[in-house]
Write a new protein. Structure first.
Length: 384
């Protein structure tokens, strides 16, 4: 035998990829959704605080009216690709509220709501808060005391007096008798409705409000905000900031050309075919696959970062799954494109579409980091 070393016929594969990547960082660490009982309870009180702040300090309802129309909603883990588990603890939540275990405190001066769930058998009380700031909607604070951004006033274009609908306010004509009867029946059955508006692009045809609605009262739109975000992407392309919806989505955390997120296009995000999901860690130790549905409105975190830290669970473009994560990736892209041009984020976002349409009452809700949530929780009057 010879002790002479022989050269390997092929290079030995290293453990790590040491290829220089000048155009990006490493792939983002995945977000793991904590579905332990205590964290779900935290999300429940966080969301309750947000909804109460929205009703009191954004829509401007008095406390009695807000509490009369408020509905408690239990936070549940996100569902899989084809299902979502029904809330199993709603009865427990209702019973706790009726026993007085759940206490709501409101600070009108600070426009803040704090929800405290006391349960001696569960450990320390679970406390969640939210705060409203003009122009930023209701912001979830959760267990935190303060925001992570400075909510300065946002310069907005206002409605133009004397202009016709939809750029200014005009008095709607009285509805025909049969329509009036239908509206009477609707409001008798739908005690939570703020109002009804029927219009053409040229004028208001019919307008009616409930006892707590008003022509100038901003109301929550929730996922109608998605249409705003998708249209803003179109405006960004029109401005030449992005080239095509069929290009890879240029999310700030997806710039490493080696990662699987590079297969996701703007079109996939717009049509909810991105395949984004995240691991869900249950309290019993199970880990499942979940597709985010409501966490963005329940967690006191950076919505844009969390969305970008989703994993790719299905082949992009292959499966439709309704999620909020993809829209908040689009929100991160929009904010990044605005920042790259040295433009003010809030004024530019509103100026791209909302203010051009004359929707002076419209406002997004911000997250605790100051991102304007792109998937929902926007507010506007019925006319806007």
């Amino acid at each position: 035998m010879s002790d002479q070393r022989r050269e390997s016929a092929a290079p030995v594969e290293p453990y790590f990829d040491r290829t220089l990547q000048p155009f990006g960082n490493v792939p983002p660490d995945p977000l793991v959704y904590d579905a332990s009982p205590r964290t779900l309870r935290q999300r429940t009180v966080n969301f309750a605080a947000k909804r109460l702040v929205d009703m009191r300090y954004v829509s401007g309802l008095d406390r009695a009216t807000a509490e009369r129309h408020f509905r408690w909603r239990l936070a549940v883990p996100p569902g899989g690709l084809a299902f979502r588990a029904a809330p199993g603890g709603q009865a427990e939540l209702t019973a706790a509220q009726r026993r007085g275990d759940i206490v709501v405190e409101m600070d009108d001066a600070d426009r803040r709501a704090v929800v405290r769930w006391n349960d001696a058998g569960f450990g320390e009380p679970v406390v969640g808060a939210a705060v409203a700031r003009p122009g930023y909607g209701g912001v979830v604070l959760g267990p935190h005391e303060s925001l992570r951004f400075d909510p300065q006033p946002v310069s907005r274009k206002r409605a133009e007096p004397g202009r016709a609908w939809p750029l200014a306010v005009e008095t709607a004509p009285a509805p025909p008798a049969d329509v009036a009867r239908a509206l009477d029946a609707f409001f008798a059955r739908s005690t939570g409705a703020y109002g009804v508006l029927i219009a053409t692009p040229e004028r208001v045809l019919c307008e009616r409000y409930s006892e707590f609605g008003a022509v100038d009262r901003a109301t929550p739109s929730w996922s109608m905000t998605k249409a705003i975000t998708c249209t803003v992407i179109g405006r960004v392309i029109q401005e030449g900031w992005l080239a095509s919806v069929y290009d890879p989505a240029p999310a700030p955390l997806w710039r490493d050309p080696r990662e699987i997120h590079r297969l996701i296009t703007l079109d996939h995000l717009l049509r909810m075919r991105s395949g984004l999901a995240f691991p869900v860690s249950h309290g019993d130790g199970r880990v499942a696959l979940g597709f985010e549905n409501s966490a963005v409105y329940q967690d006191a975190g950076d919505a844009f970062e969390a969305a970008q830290r989703s994993i790719v669970a299905t082949v992009p473009g292959s499966v439709y799954r309704y999620i909020n994560s993809g829209l908040n990736v689009l929100g991160a892209i929009i904010r990044d494109q605005i920042g790259r041009r040295g433009l003010p984020y809030y004024e530019t976002l509103y100026g791209l579409l909302i203010d051009r349409l004359g929707m002076a009452s419209y406002q997004h809700s911000a997250d605790i980091a100051g991102n304007l949530i792109a998937s929902g929780a926007g507010f506007a009057t019925l006319r806007d």
